[in-house]
Write a protein that binds this ligand. Structure first.
Ligand code: ADP
Length: 504
């Protein structure tokens, strides 16, 4: 694992905290709600009220218009619809002589405009209604209170009246309906609402402040805690525990961070083990090389080919170890390129076995290769060779007393499978998934003769995955293991290609 030894930066405090953001948006929302309420309840209240009054007059006029040609019915209707709202009414029929004849009137106590208006004023109203497109005309005015009317209480608005004129034609006659109602504007209500409104604004805004405080506290507490744990993690304390505290998103984040910290801790442990193992592995051949060289230099007659061979063997072991480390870091960082070509896989395995066999036969090992037929694949030959060597090497290392290694090639459905089997100690089921990890070694007791760097299988995994090849292990503890991988057979149509980025 590469960890940059940078210092943890001081917390960045320039961003706006959740609390203030939340407060801002809640205050904005509250202000908007208050504005809407104020607009409707305060500013437009009187207008709405007046328009409902106008609607009432309008509806009454429509009712009367329906029966305007029948005076009896008209009177009944007037009784029915006009008495509730105390609407004063006049209905005229326009005679052919140009005069308007009153056919119905209804009055209530009070200084209604229609009751006091002169005939010229009524005529003016009629003319205005006639000129308008819908034959209707209305106006509002303050009521002329009679001098003997009781004085208005302080703060109460002046009463107003609304006069409505509608021209109607029925059975070749033209009628004029005039209606007049009084009402008290809602000014005092508006004043009360205005006062209330101030209190509502204060209460709602304080509510927004308290609510944003509570919510932001609830949301930010787990984040703050997770931040503290993350800072611990950054300094290398992998036991840092992340808790999401009840929110799905923060819980998911906590789970991810817990997973990351577990993975980091695993890699860290493995890395420490590797350093211990590798340094041990490096020290032993180096000691041997130095020791043998000193003996050859100081003691006459010790300069024998056997001693030189020991130095060569130990140097080779060193090279192998260093190469493994380089390979795995290149494969995992993605800097290694795979050069795919069609080659004879069977022949490649066979020659590798022959070479390997020669190396170990004097130690009493038997290695056998069985192939159904000669097959070709399209892959990176050198890397596949490395896979085969690593698997055989492991099989030899872990073959135990049996000392038999068998490599079998089978072909089926255009896929070739290479299986390397040994009859050694096998692998415990709980270790099977882990042995592909870098630096993982089942046998924690460091035995130089048997145990390698712990990198062999992760190189195998890296190479096979780069080839999209299937691979796996079948192993029974005490009976041995079979490591296998599969490659697609090269067909004639298979292109020879290279995905080495350096060569593009
Ligand atoms: P090493 O260099 O330690 O062999 P590898 O990555 O090749 O590293 O293997 C990882 C671990 O998997 C080994 O330490 C060993 O415990 C286990 N292992 C690999 N091959 C075999 C095998 N054929 N039989 C039993 N155990 C094996």
């Amino acid at each position: 694992m590469r960890r940059k030894s940078r210092e943890i930066k001081k917390p960045n405090t320039s961003g706006i905290s959740i609390k203030w953001k939340l407060l801002f948006y809640l205050a904005l929302f509250t202000a908007f709600v208050l504005f809407v309420v104020w607009l409707f309840q305060v500013v437009l209240l009187n207008r709405f009220y007046e328009s409902t009054k106008l609607d009432e007059l309008n509806e009454a006029a429509v009712e009367l218009a329906g029966v305007v040609s029948n005076t009896e019915k008209l009177k009944d209707m007037a009784e029915e619809v006009l008495s509730d709202a105390m609407i004063v009414s006049r209905v005229y029929r326009l005679g052919h002589d140009g005069y308007a004849y009153r056919i119905m009137s209804q009055d209530w106590v009070g200084n209604y405009y229609l009751k006091t208006a002169k005939s010229e004023e009524l005529e003016q109203l009629f003319n205005k209604a006639r000129k308008s497109s819908d034959g209707a005309y209305y106006f509002r005015k303050t009521v002329n209170e009679s001098t003997d009317a009781p004085p208005r209480p302080r703060g109460e608005a002046e009463r107003k009246e609304m006069v409505y004129v509608q021209m109607v034609s029925s059975e070749n006659d033209i009628y004029i309906i005039m209606l007049n109602m009084m009402y008290t504007p809602l000014d005092s209500t508006v004043n009360t609402l205005n006062l209330q409104f101030l209190w509502i604004a204060i209460i709602l805004l304080s509510g927004a402040v308290i609510l944003s405080g509570i919510i932001s506290n609830r949301i930010s507490t787990p984040i703050v805690k997770m931040n503290e744990s993350a800072r611990k993690l950054a300094t290398g304390s992998y036991d840092a525990d992340f808790e999401g505290e009840g929110y799905r998103e923060t819980c998911e984040l906590a789970d991810t961070l817990n997973y990351a910290s577990a993975e980091l801790s695993k890699v860290d442990t493995l890395q420490k083990e590797l350093i211990a193992n590798v340094s041990h592995d490096l020290r032993t051949p180096l000691t041997m090389i130095t020791g043998y060289s000193e003996v050859m230099r100081d003691i006459p007659g010790e300069n024998t080919p056997e001693n030189v061979q020991v130095i060569i063997d130990e140097s080779t072991r060193l090279t192998g170890l260093v190469n493994d480390i380089l390979d795995i870091s290149k494969i995992q960082s993605g800097t290694v390129g795979f050069e795919k070509n069609i080659f004879n896989l069977t022949e490649t395995v066979r020659s590798a076995m022959t070479r390997y066999g020669k190396l170990i036969e004097h130690d009493g090992y038997t290695i056998a290769f069985h192939a159904d037929t000669d097959v070709s694949v399209c892959a990176d030959r050198n890397r596949i060779l490395q896979v085969i060597y690593n698997l055989i090497n492991n099989a030899v290392n872990y073959a135990g007393e049996d000392k038999t290694v068998e490599v079998r090639q089978t072909t089926e459905n255009g896929v070739v499978r290479i299986a390397v089997r040994d009859n050694g100690e096998g692998i415990a089921p709980e270790d099977i998934d882990k042995i592909w990890d870098r630096y993982y070694k089942v046998d924690r007791v460091h035995k130089r003769a048997v145990v390698g760097s712990g990198l062999g299988l992760s190189i195998v995994k890296g190479v096979l995955e780069a080839h999209n090849a299937a691979y796996g292990i079948e192993s029974t503890p005490g009976e041995g293991s079979t490591f296998w991988f599969e490659l697609n057979l090269a067909s004639e149509g298979n292109a020879i290609f290279s995905d080495n980025p350096a060569k593009k």
